[in-house]
Design a protein. Structure first.
Length: 213
């Protein structure tokens, strides 16, 4: 394949690059596994409503963040996010997915991580790898988290909205897109070459090796 530096690669994170949901893993990292599962029990009515499609993704995300982090000082939680980025997150990444990211960098392609997770625990990892990050933001007042999402949850159609606006002022000759769920189809439709995975962890490495590039 001829190197084309005027190219962008857009990646979902959770389930595509990582084997686990980084939001949940960050909660465990900060609060401990026991308290995390206690929280799951307390929040179970809202989780059930979500799976019954009576409670949307945005509200459930705020529900979790409020329960675990409402009132936390942003400066302190962001420090935990840096620690998570450096010590936990690398081990959650599929090695084969990292190889694909590395390939794009070798081709001098721009890389965007487009995720419903937060920059609180992803900013350091993305910055250290020279990835641009578009993620969900959480509201703060006087350096304390309110538990509310700031702006829009970067999920589903919102990913498409962001990517549409981002590409509007760019002149990329080619684009790649990577996701793992039906909600990612919204942004994948905008890319020239897309990959949608829905595989268990045992098959992901095989997929990357056999199907990509």
């Amino acid at each position: 394949m001829i190197k084309n530096i005027n190219t962008i690669a857009v990646f979902d994170l959770d389930g595509t690059i990582t084997s686990k949901d980084t939001y949940l893993e960050f909660i465990k990292f900060c609060k401990g596994t026991l308290f995390f599962y206690l929280g799951i029990v307390v929040l179970s009515p809202f989780i059930i409503l979500f799976y019954l499609k009576l409670y949307n993704n945005n509200r459930l995300k705020e529900c979790f963040f409020s329960f675990f982090f409402k009132g936390y000082k942003a400066s302190e939680l962001k420090k935990k996010g840096v620690e998570f980025s450096e010590t936990i997150l690398p081990a959650l990444c599929y090695k084969s997915a990292l190889n694909v990211l590395k390939w794009h960098q070798e081709q001098e392609h721009d890389i965007i991580i487009l995720t419903a997770s937060s920059d609180i625990w992803l900013k350091q990892w993305c910055a250290s790898n020279n990835y641009e990050l578009k993620s969900t933001q959480f509201e703060t007042i006087d350096d304390c988290f309110t538990g509310k999402i700031k702006g829009n949850n970067c999920f589903g159609i919102e990913k498409r909205t962001f990517l549409t606006e981002y590409l509007k002022n760019k002149n990329y000759a080619f684009s790649y897109g990577y996701g793992d769920s039906s909600s990612d189809k919204h942004f994948l439709e905008l890319t020239n070459q897309s990959y949608l995975m829905k595989l268990d962890s045992d098959n992901v490495d095989k997929y990357w090796k056999n199907e990509h590039l």
